[in-house]
Design a protein. Structure first.
Length: 455
């Protein structure tokens, strides 16, 4: 176990940023602060408000340095971003919002030069979800600004570099659908040379490396000098505690803005790039078959539309939803997931109560998750972490659909737990809630009708 008593994790997702302090002996979260992650719409292109995030991080470090205290920092972020630094270590170009869509001619040009799926196991995704597409766009559309780029860093490592002045890249962030990584060779893909950026890519370090202490001026500001660990892609942070403490095969469903599914113990041979299946790379550099859909964003949209419903009321409504054939079809959030090109619509919803619509939405999310698990050949128990671990209607339905033990993990986010593990905390164990598979009357027939309705 680590000598660190408490670890502060800076966790920057697409929707929110958080600073969480965890106790290294128990893995428990003992303090948390949150800040919306906003997008600035002016300038070269829509981009993240990096300075607001930085000020939030510093203020939170300063507050938590006093109480409860911490003696190490770890970083985790979403993977669809890169920071482009100039020779002075400042941002040469804004950190682009991955939901920005590029002109058609630039998209077509990128499609012609990106490596095949068999090399990268990274599917062609919409907007800027492939970091390689971001870099190609920035280089093509803004050549003068791009010419000033001296260092390209994966997003988590931008924050560790800003804290320590040590530039690094890291395999979990490079290996998450960026097009920049070859998971079979454990090295950069051919795209790095195609884009002529190899000499600008920062050195690769392990997620477990301590890059150095915070810079002296930061130590003065927050009142503490502590080591900073290299950092990790958020979905792989969620996966890491299970790799440490569990025997394969099993599946992990990591939920947030995205629902990322990992089939640990599976292989890469049957992944379908057209259905948002891909390989991620874990903290030890190993390829893991994965699939995804934008389930958290979809649930946010649906919850705003339907209104608040208790788990008890939703569970009670499930039987009526199945019996009446009330269905929500993909995709609420277009552009990703196992059913590309489908346009969301309700079936049989006329006269349905709020509770029934909410239960149907939970059933939709469970069906989408089951489809994603099937795409990666996931076997064994299913572990759900993140916000969906609090949705007992979803968990009950997922266990019924998959016929497997489903475990929900506590805590506001599994990403923080995994990132803290880099600095040596003990993984949380024994606190999960179990949902044993049970026969839900009519569910199998409902699933068949749901698939038929899509056609």
């Amino acid at each position: 176990m680590s000598d660190h008593r408490r670890i502060a994790v800076l966790d920057i997702g697409k929707t929110n940023a958080k600073l969480v302090v965890l106790d290294s002996a128990t893995g428990a979260e003992i303090a948390v602060r949150k800040q919306p992650n906003t997008v600035i719409r002016d300038g070269l292109y829509p981009h993240y408000d990096i300075e607001t995030l930085w000020n939030f991080a510093l203020a939170s470090f300063k507050a938590f340095a006093r109480e409860p205290g911490f003696d190490a920092i770890s970083i985790t972020t979403h993977g669809a971003a890169a920071a482009l630094l100039d020779a002075n270590g400042k941002l040469a170009m804004p950190v682009i919002d991955y939901e920005h869509e590029y002109p058609q001619d630039i998209r077509d040009a990128y499609d012609a030069l990106r490596p095949p799926f068999a090399e990268t196991f990274s599917p062609r995704l919409s907007m800027g979800l492939n970091v390689g597409a971001q870099l190609h766009y920035q280089k093509t559309a803004f050549p003068d600004a791009f010419a000033k780029v001296a260092n390209i860093l994966t997003y988590a490592q931008y924050w560790s570099a800003r804290l320590t002045d040590v530039a690094a890249n890291e395999a979990t962030s490079l290996g998450c659908h960026t097009d920049l990584w070859n998971p079979k060779t454990g090295a950069y893909s051919s795209l790095v040379d195609t884009l002529a950026i190899r000499d600008r890519m920062a050195p690769i370090r392990s997620a477990f490396d301590a890059l150095g202490p915070v810079l002296p001026e930061i130590a003065d500001e927050i009142g503490l000098s502590v080591p900073v660990y290299c950092g990790i892609h958020d979905s792989n942070a969620s996966l890491l505690p299970h790799l440490v403490g569990r025997e394969a095969p099993f599946a992990v469903v990591s939920t947030g803005t995205w629902v990322i599914n990992f089939g640990v113990g599976g292989d890469l041979d049957h992944l379908d790039a057209k259905r948002d299946a891909l390989a991620n790379v874990d903290a030890y550099g190993r390829a893991v078959p994965s699939s995804r859909f934008m389930g958290g964003r979809e649930f946010e949209i649906l919850s705003a539309e339907i209104g608040e419903v208790s788990d008890a009321a939703a569970r009670t409504a499930v039987a009526d939803v199945i019996a009446q054939g009330i269905m929500l079809l993909p995709n609420v959030a277009p552009g990703s997931g196992p059913f590309p090109g489908k346009v969301s619509r309700w079936v049989g919803v006329e006269g349905a109560s709020r509770q029934e619509r909410y239960a149907a939405a939970c059933l939709y999310l469970a069906l989408m998750t089951q489809a994603c698990l099937g795409l990666i050949g996931a076997k064994g128990p299913v572990i759900v972490e993140g916000p969906f671990a609090l949705n007992e209607t979803y968990l009950f339905l997922l266990s019924g659909l998959t016929g497997r033990d489903t475990m929900a993990l506590p805590g506001s986010t599994g990403t923080s737990q995994g990132a803290a593990l880099l600095a040596g905390i003990r993984p949380v164990s024994g606190a999960e809630k179990h949902f044993a598979p049970s026969a839900i009357p009519g569910l199998a027939d409902y699933r068949e009708r749901w698939y038929a309705a899509m056609e």
